[in-house]
Design a protein around this ligand. Structure first.
Ligand SMILES: CC(C)(COP(=O)(O)OP(=O)(O)OC[C@H]1O[C@@H](n2cnc3c(N)ncnc32)[C@H](O)[C@@H]1OP(=O)(O)O)[C@@H](O)C(=O)NCCC(=O)NCCS
Length: 183
């Protein structure tokens, strides 16, 4: 997994020493549930997941260059809603102390470039629950287009059924977009 850089961020593999930073946002009820997972009640729960992340080739830690703190994560996964194995689904969470500063957008734009330029995917998708306007803003600022609302698309950890707004950017759209020029 290569280390990816942006102006303010490093996207890199998780390390076990990221436990405190990871727990800081994993225990926040404002963060996990909007990404589909329950908030963590103990550091052991975070450690269990962190051990998986350390080995994962799909999840990057989002590290602030200025102080080396991990303030979130971003992933590129197989998109289970599409048969095409060359489609990747992007997902992210950020520590709520750092919301509204453009970090998720900065990380997402870099991840999309990596997906098309290095992983050579056909398409990158993203999904958000209908109430999640913050994520909607990030997705739109990354040049993705709205495909529609998929009804009763997912069941979360607590058994609730959610619709999901679906977005994507295709290779053609990416190559005709300023993102590919690094702007
Ligand atoms: C979604 C999330 C990653 C965004 O992170 P972030 O670093 O704050 O994102 P950015 O700063 O790049 O952009 C946030 C956008 O939301 C907007 N925003 C902030 N508060 C908002 C609100 N209450 N309602 C609507 N939009 C809001 C910001 O203005 C900004 O858009 P703009 O630049 O067009 O003004 C973060 O809120 C988060 O971790 N949420 C919980 C987990 C989650 O929802 N993950 C995504 C699952 S699909």
């Amino acid at each position: 997994m290569p280390v990816l850089q942006t102006e303010r961020l490093l996207l890199r593999r998780f390390k076990l020493s990221d436990l405190n930073d990871f727990y800081e946002y994993a225990k926040d009820p404002a963060v996990g549930p909007d990404a589909g997972w329950d908030y963590h009640r103990s550091k052991d729960e975070t450690l269990f997941l962190l051990k998986k992340f350390v080995k994962s080739n799909e999840i990057w830690a989002i590290e602030l260059k200025e102080n080396s703190k991990v303030i979130g994560s971003i992933g590129l996964h197989r998109d289970k809603k599409r048969d095409n194995k060359s489609a990747r689904m992007m997902g992210y969470v950020m520590n709520s102390q750092y919301w509204g500063l453009g970090y998720a957008t900065e990380a997402s734009r870099r991840m999309i470039s990596h997906a098309f330029d290095v992983l050579l995917v056909d398409l990158v998708s993203a999904y958000h629950y209908p109430h999640n306007d913050r994520s909607k803003s990030v997705i739109l600022k990354c040049g993705m287009t709205h495909e529609g609302l998929l009804k009763s698309a997912t069941v979360t950890y607590d058994g609730r059924v959610h619709d999901e707004h679906c977005y994507s950017i295709t290779r053609d759209q990416y190559e005709n977009n300023t993102l590919s020029a690094g702007v």
